[in-house]
Write a protein that binds this ligand. Structure first.
Ligand SMILES: [Zn+2]
Length: 204
């Protein structure tokens, strides 16, 4: 397993390219913009793209999807349907419709060659926020950040739900690696020791 990190889009969202180097297949997680840059990075891996995976539906995570779909029309895109279906202009800006998405959520598994990504529903930052677990790696979108957590003041956000989601992540066994939607990566042990939100969630 190899993970490449790019910062893309209007507010430097972390876009991850997860590669199964043995089978020469990869997935892109959260292409938030700069589709050309993401496509070039995919080409550089030498792996064939087999899935586009979204941790949630906010524009800064989905902005590059259309550009990638244009290049790879046969590659499926996954997003929780709870983050789609905006009906006013503010919601449309925040959750721009993503074409040709397949719904996924709790209990689903996505295969990238020999790698299995398990989908954990972790709402709170948005209704449809998910964390993708691949072995000892968590792609947690804007649910858990190094030292912090995602905002809950957007439509569909909930303090109560994000605290439950943080508790769930914090209670996962082992020192899993944390790859968030913004800023630097971390580990669960590190977050359990100094992230005030995660600590509060686990004590609650
Ligand atoms: Zn977000």
């Amino acid at each position: 397993m190899n993970i490449k990190t790019l910062q893309v889009g209007p507010i430097g969202t972390n876009c991850y390219i997860l590669c199964d180097e043995a089978e020469k297949l990869c997935a892109v997680i959260d292409p938030g913009g700069d589709a050309d840059l993401v496509a070039a990075a995919v080409a550089e891996t030498g792996c064939a793209l087999c899935a586009i995976l979204l941790t949630h539906g906010h524009y800064d995570h989905t902005g590059g999807v259309a550009g990638l779909q244009a290049r790879w029309p046969e590659v499926p895109t996954y997003l929780s349907c709870r983050d789609q279906g905006a009906d006013d202009s503010y919601m449309l800006q925040l959750f721009p419709p993503v074409a040709n998405v397949k719904d996924y959520g709790e209990g689903d598994a996505i295969q990238v060659g020999s790698l299995t990504l398990k989908v954990l529903s972790t709402p709170g930052h948005s209704e449809g926020s998910v964390t993708l677990r691949c072995g000892d790696v968590l792609f947690c979108g804007d649910t858990l950040f190094a030292g912090s957590c995602g905002r809950t003041d957007f439509p569909g956000g909930s303090v109560k739900k994000i605290m439950a989601s943080l508790k769930r992540l914090g209670e996962l066994e082992g020192n899993l690696k944390v790859y968030p939607g913004h800023m630097e990566s971390s580990t669960l042990d590190q977050e359990r020791s100094w992230n005030p939100y995660l600590r509060q969630a686990m004590n609650g």
